[in-house]
Design a protein around this ligand. Structure first.
Ligand SMILES: Nc1ncnc2c1ncn2[C@@H]1O[C@H](COP(=O)(O)OP(=O)(O)OP(=O)(O)O)[C@@H](O)[C@H]1O
Length: 267
């Protein structure tokens, strides 16, 4: 995998310091996120788990530099984040590929902007497509691919710019269960090979347990962390293992309590 990428950049730290977000428009304000503080180690895989609307995407967008916090700050590798940067790549539930480009050209997109030679771009794209098991699909059109394949292309395109941090916003939420399990295994293999820092948003407890070194569970909006779990189960993890099923039940019970508490509050 590293034949064309000898200097692949591994992960960097993320430090969240009292990160808060309230959205304002003319009529009202929406408090999306209460002060959030944590340290993510370089190369750590952290899952942000919570119900719809609890502010998970908002937090990811702040790390991506697409939103600014209302208060607090996030530091990436010790530097405050104020704008998007090539050391942070964001992937969405729907792979945002360029439909007019074929698979290889999509992966090469960021490399073109880095002014790499055509040969270098092609070598890197082919190596990344092999890593995500898409050898043979280099010249397929995006619309010919399944959802799982599109996510693989999006991952290869993100890896092409060699980010230190990968931000994933429910990337496998639209996939069937079997494809999702396969994607989990592939993502885990890529993460172990590259040592990138990953922040992964999901509302699926078992997905968080399959992947995360650490799971931060959020309450319904305004999001605040109601539980932090370090997952020390050996990898690769079996979703059927008793230990994982027990942990899932325990996390779900915390989520249900947070949901009930939120419902009991006046609107
Ligand atoms: N630009 C915006 N203007 C106003 N309110 C917003 C804006 N973006 C998000 N919100 C609100 O902030 C809250 C948190 O939204 P966010 O998308 O971060 O939640 P989420 O946990 O990612 O939800 P989901 O899992 O459904 O994607 C929601 O109530 C949402 O309506």
């Amino acid at each position: 995998m590293n034949s064309t990428r000898p200097h692949s950049q591994s992960g960097i730290t993320l430090q969240f310091r009292g990160v808060t977000k309230t959205f304002y428009d003319r009529a009202r304000s929406v408090e999306a996120l209460q002060p959030f503080t944590t340290d993510v180690a370089a190369g750590e895989f952290v899952c942000l788990l919570g119900p719809s609307g609890c502010g998970k995407s908002t937090l990811l967008n702040i790390v991506a530099g697409l939103e600014l916090p209302t208060a607090g700050q996030v530091l990436a590798g010790g530097k405050p984040i104020t704008a998007p940067g090539s050391e942070r790549a964001l992937l969405f539930q729907e792979a945002a590929l360029f439909p007019w480009l074929d698979v290889q050209a999509n992966v090469e997109f960021g490399l073109r902007q880095q002014r790499r030679s055509a040969q270098e771009r092609a070598d890197m794209a082919r190596s990344l497509l092999a890593m995500v098991h898409l050898t043979g699909f280099e010249h397929s059109a995006v619309h010919q691919l399944s959802g799982g394949m599109r996510q693989r292309v999006a991952l290869a395109r993100a890896l092409a710019i060699d980010p230190a941090v990968i931000l994933m916003d429910e990337p496998f939420g639209a996939l069937d269960a079997i494809t999702r399990d396969r994607m989990h295994a592939e993502l885990e293999a890529i993460w172990s090979a590259t040592g990138k820092t990953i922040l992964f948003v999901t509302h699926n407890v078992r997905e968080a347990l399959a992947l995360g070194d650490r799971i931060l569970t959020f309450s319904p909006r305004p999001g605040r962390v109601v539980q932090e779990v370090r997952v020390t189960l050996p990898r690769p993890r079996s979703l059927e293992s008793h230990a994982l099923v027990d942990m899932a039940a325990q996390i779900l019970s915390v989520m249900r309590t947070a949901e009930a508490n939120a419902a009991a509050l006046p609107a």
